[in-house]
Design a protein. Structure first.
Length: 299
């Protein structure tokens, strides 16, 4: 059973894009995933995104993806939304992943812009529509041109929003002007996909976050969001500024690398990375520890 959603907040407000824990030998750690998922929901997350980039989706198999969704849903499915990454740069493969995620019990789908092949906007329109038509699940678009090479243009977003199952967008475009126009012209629930811009995006109409730093500072993100919703701009700004060292430190290098290191420092399940990602050096780990401490996160 999925939690109750509203058109304004179809997946809740605070979600964490969850890492995929592995065992020391690099195998999928389903027990660790369930413990981490439960911890994140206990900390205040309304939802979890699994099998996204932060979940090392490029290096997990289709079977592992389905196993992970099933395990996380079993752990938290009646308390939080479980949104499964299903986007690839191959539409047919994306449809297979979408159907497998639905069969595994996911409450929604995250569909990233097809990467590397750089399709035109008409290709994006057909790709996302095909994913939305493939299952009964609500879909969150994921607009991240820095990784995909192609933005979802505002006109395309407006057209996609007409589909009854395309209900949200995860915005990692880094363009507040284009976000403002897309929010104003579409019915999509807008989620910040860039932690440094969580507060600025709320100010132009976002409803919440799909966060990476939520692995370690969910209560602070919830407090920031609540302050904003209550009209306490000063408090929201204070929390945002307190978290700046965390935002910076967690993205000095690739976010999965630092997130797994931060979880390890906190004694939470994470495990190793799969190549081509590599662990932080001792010097980088020391810097991360300093960054987190400066933001109020201590070991």
């Amino acid at each position: 059973m999925a939690p109750t959603s509203t058109p304004q907040t179809p997946f809740g407000r605070v979600l964490t894009a969850m890492v995929t824990p592995f065992t020391p030998d690099g195998a999928l750690d389903l027990d660790g995933a369930q413990r981490l998922a439960a911890h994140l929901v206990d900390a205040g997350n309304d939802g979890l995104v699994v099998n996204g980039t932060t979940g090392e989706s490029p290096t997990t198999s289709d079977a592992e993806k389905a196993q992970l969704v099933r395990a996380v849903v079993d752990a938290v499915g009646d308390r939080a939304f479980v949104v499964a990454g299903a986007g690839t740069n191959d539409t047919r493969h994306s449809l297979e992943l979408a159907r497998a995620a639905q069969d595994a019990g996911a409450h929604g789908l995250l569909a990233v812009t097809p990467y590397y092949s750089k399709p035109p906007q008409e290709g994006l329109l057909r790709h996302f529509t095909a994913i939305a038509d493939a299952t009964d699940l609500p879909v969150m678009l994921y607009d991240i041109p820095g990784r995909s090479g192609v933005p979802i243009n505002t006109e395309t977003i407006v057209r996609l929003a007409e589909h009854p199952r395309i209900v949200a967008n995860k915005d990692a475009k880094g363009d507040l002007g284009r976000a403002s126009w897309a929010i104003a012209r579409s019915s999509l629930a807008w989620y910040s996909g860039d932690d440094m811009l969580n507060l600025p995006l709320l100010s132009v109409g976002a409803v919440g976050f799909v966060s990476v730093v939520g692995h370690i500072v969910t209560p602070e993100l919830r407090a920031l969001l609540d302050a904003h919703l209550n009209g306490d701009v000063t408090k929201a700004t204070e929390i945002h500024q307190k978290l700046l060292p965390v935002f910076t430190g967690m993205f000095r290098t690739q976010g999965v690398i630092t997130t797994k290191a931060a979880l390890g420092l906190q004694g939470l399940p994470a495990g190793p990375l799969r190549l081509p990602l590599v662990e932080l050096s001792p010097e980088e780990t020391e810097q991360l520890t300093r960054d987190l401490a400066a933001g109020g996160v201590h070991r």
